[in-house]
Ligand binder design. Structure first.
Ligand code: HEC
Length: 238
């Protein structure tokens, strides 16, 4: 027994020494240089045409708004219901209304402050434009308008377009589109309908911008403010 114990211990110790785990094998850390490959990089380029898992995006109608021939699609590639339209309204109000205005007439606040005026959505050309055109504009931008590909994911782009269609419909609705009982509630008017213009007049002039007073009245007791009601001695440096 006295002889066997040290032998067993020796074998166990040896086994520990010869252990080789995978993490100990020679390898490159990500992004490290290498002198093995001619281009000096340790990482190889993915084979041409490699597609990351989940990014095949085969459905060109959904991801690009184009059919197989590369033409703008004219049919929504998603089912449109009220939930989709309300989602579109939410996204539209956030991302598009600052320029295009809440009803799509191109009179958003940024335009009223001097940015290039976009065409109204209610002109015939855009009413008749296929939905794929709108998808293209959101995804790739258009003239002075930058694209919204990073901010608005494909499904939300379609939701926004569904809402734009609702806006277009609302601005061009015909009384005969209403059910009979609703029709009788609309007051009769002799005013002829006003057709939409590409550049809706920016009117009335933005008076609170033009006439912003040089010395706006300040409620008394507000420290650090300028004007008649400001607390003296606590004004910040100008
Ligand atoms: C920063 C302002 C701005 C924002 C925000 C903006 N647009 Fe535009 N958009 C423009 C301008 C300006 C034009 C006109 C571009 C031109 O003709 O150079 C335009 C044009 C368009 C057109 C018309 C293209 C045509 O065929 O004439 C569509 C459709 C459109 N935008 C959709 C959208 C949608 C949808 C969003 C929200 C996701 C959006 N825009 C957000 C400024 C904006």
């Amino acid at each position: 027994m006295k002889k066997i114990v040290p032998v067993v211990l020796f074998i166990v110790a040896l086994a520990g020494c010869s252990r080789l785990d995978m993490q100990d094998q020679p390898k490159y850390r990500p992004q490290r240089p290498s002198n093995f490959f001619a281009d000096g990089r340790s990482e190889r380029q993915p084979v041409e045409g490699t597609i990351a898992r989940g990014q095949l995006n085969e459905d060109t109608a959904f991801y690009e708004g184009k059919d197989a021939a590369g033409k703008d699609v004219d049919v929504f590639p998603i089912a449109v219901d009220k939930t989709v339209i309300l989602r579109g309204q939410n996204r539209y109000d956030i991302y598009c209304s600052p320029c295009h205005g809440r009803i799509g007439n191109g009179l958003g606040m940024i335009v009223r402050r001097g940015f290039k005026q976009p065409p109204s959505y209610h002109i015939d050309r855009l009413r008749n434009a296929p939905v794929g055109h709108f998808y293209d504009v959101i995804s790739n931008g258009y003239g002075a308008m930058l694209n919204y590909a990073a901010q608005v994911q494909p499904r939300d782009r379609w939701a926004i377009i569904a809402y734009i269609r609702a806006l277009q419909y609302s601005e061009n609705a015909n009384i005969n589109d209403l059910p009979a009982e609703a029709r009788s509630k609309v007051p009769a008017t002799s005013a002829p309908p006003v057709p939409a213009q590409a550049n809706e007049p920016i009117a009335p002039p933005d008076s609170d911008f033009e006439n912003f007073p040089a010395q706006p009245a300040t409620p008394s007791g507000v420290p650090g403010a300028h004007g008649p009601g400001a607390v003296p001695g606590k004004q910040p440096e100008r």
